[in-house]
Design a protein around this ligand. Structure first.
Ligand code: SAM
Ligand code: TMP
Ligand code: ZN
Length: 405
């Protein structure tokens, strides 16, 4: 039996992706070391409804000095984080000397705006290269993993935080109990803990199964976050659906009794109950659709290759590790992936060993078909790459189903 990381209830596994590599471990071509694999499977707690991975990858393997994900590479995300920073400063920083802490600040996409506004802040970031990029932007960074002990150190040095914010990071942290205890230590009496992560409701709706990989330990819903938070004296007082990264929810938590929950909290938890998003029949259906989508995708790629078409992929996302390694997509079907991240270029995709090439080579010459692994950035990328479509190129998408546009 697998035990829930939050409540020690029993976790029922509902999908097994088999053996998978670290999703962000892009290998140098001459690296002959043994590649690390683990079993990627996902389950739901019968007691608290938290959807979670059944096996935990040690955090130091994932969040290393050369962790290659850079938040600021997407203009949509830069804009999203600038607006987020302004919103947090306007609505939650009323005192004379407010203090904003970001967990997982990465290259400073959000805190850059806070720093430029002269507001007291601190980013907590364990991956060295991205932490250094943030520091170079004038951001104060505490180079470590956020957990209870880190929170105590920050509280002792800087005092209480008015805002603790995190994007695409809290769902990465299996030791959520330590994070919540840390928030309890660090948060000012009337402070807010705000975090946004991929939303289980959207993942189930869109069959976006590639949101499931080592780093995404939890797939949150409003109901599961509210239940987990209450165990640590926090109350979920607001939820906001966000369009970024294929559908997320921003959760706002405060100390219990400090604010009335907004009607949106009741509306979303009620919607989850009505849709039964953690019902075993719904999750079984999700699994059937995942298998069907993967079979259709490999079938389409095989047909295109057999017909002599050139095929490539766009966006060496962490998500693509799940797709390629589960569906069996390698260099024979997709000979290269174009990506704008310097830290991924010249390397091989984890497990599937497809070469990652700079975007500058995309047009040399354009492939006939391009599998868009970064489908969550589809609008931005398709708008940027109009010349590819104009000369007859076609995009292949696989969420919510396999289709060519
Ligand atoms: N917040 C950025 C965004 O939304 O684009 C970065 C998200 S990135 C997917 C996750 C970040 O969280 C990484 O930079 C990683 O190093 C960091 N991280 C992982 N575990 C952490 C922890 N326990 N405390 C603080 N940061 C952590
Ligand atoms: P993400 O889906 O985890 O945000 O990763 C997106 C990947 O796609 C990342 O490796 C950067 C890459 N990318 C491009 O190559 N070009 C682009 O225009 C964008 C937005 C992302
Ligand atoms: Zn549980």
């Amino acid at each position: 039996m697998i035990t829930c990381r939050i409540c020690q209830g029993s976790v029922q596994e509902f999908f097994d992706f088999g053996s998978q590599p670290l999703s962000d471990a892009f290998r140098k071509p001459d690296d002959t070391s043994t590649e690390f694999f683990y079993r990627l499977a996902v389950g739901v707690c019968e007691q608290c409804t938290m959807v979670q991975l059944t096996e935990e990858v040690p955090r130091e393997r994932m969040f290393r000095e050369d962790y290659p994900y850079h938040s600021s590479l997407s203009s949509v995300m830069r804009n999203h984080f600038e607006q987020t920073a302004r919103h947090l400063m306007e609505t939650e920083c009323r005192g004379p000397d407010p203090f904003i802490v970001e967990i997982g600040c990465n290259d400073g996409a959000m805190l850059g705006t806070v720093a430029r506004s002269g507001v007291r802040h601190l980013g907590v970031e364990p991956s060295r290269d991205v932490a250094e990029l943030a520091t170079a932007k004038g951001i104060r960074v505490h180079f470590d993993f956020f957990q209870e002990s880190t929170a105590a150190e920050i509280r002792a040095a800087d005092g209480p935080a008015d805002v603790i914010y995190a994007a695409n990071t809290i769902c990465h942290i299996p030791y959520l109990d330590s994070v919540f205890r840390g928030v309890d230590i660090l948060l000012a009496p009337d402070g807010v803990f705000v975090f946004e992560d991929p939303y289980l409701g959207d993942i189930v709706d869109r069959a976006s199964f590639d949101q499931i990989y080592d780093e995404h330990f939890y797939l949150f819903s409003a109901s599961s976050v509210r239940t987990a938070a209450r165990r640590f004296g926090l109350e979920l007082v607001d939820v906001e659906r966000l369009p970024v990264h294929g559908g997320e929810v921003r959760y706002t938590l405060v100390r219990q009794g400090r604010r009335e929950p907004s009607p949106e909290v009741a509306a979303l938890t009620e919607d989850e109950r009505r849709r039964q998003i953690v019902d075993s029949a719904i999750l079984e259906q999700f699994g059937i659709q995942v298998k069907r989508n993967c079979e259709e995708l490999t079938g389409l790629l095989r047909e295109l290759r057999a017909a002599g078409h050139s095929v490539a992929a766009y966006g060496a996302t962490a998500k693509s590790a799940t797709v390629m390694n589960y569906a069996g997509i390698g260099p024979d079907l997709v000979p290269r992936i174009f990506d704008s991240t310097a830290a991924k270029q010249g390397r091989l995709s984890p497990g599937s060993h497809v070469p990652v090439r700079p975007i500058e080579e995309f047009a040399e010459p354009y492939p006939d078909y391009v599998l868009l692994f970064a489908w969550n950035h589809a609008q931005e990328i398709i708008a940027k790459e109009t010349a590819f479509r104009e000369q007859g190129g076609k995009w292949i998408l696989y969420v919510p189903n396999v289709h060519v546009v």
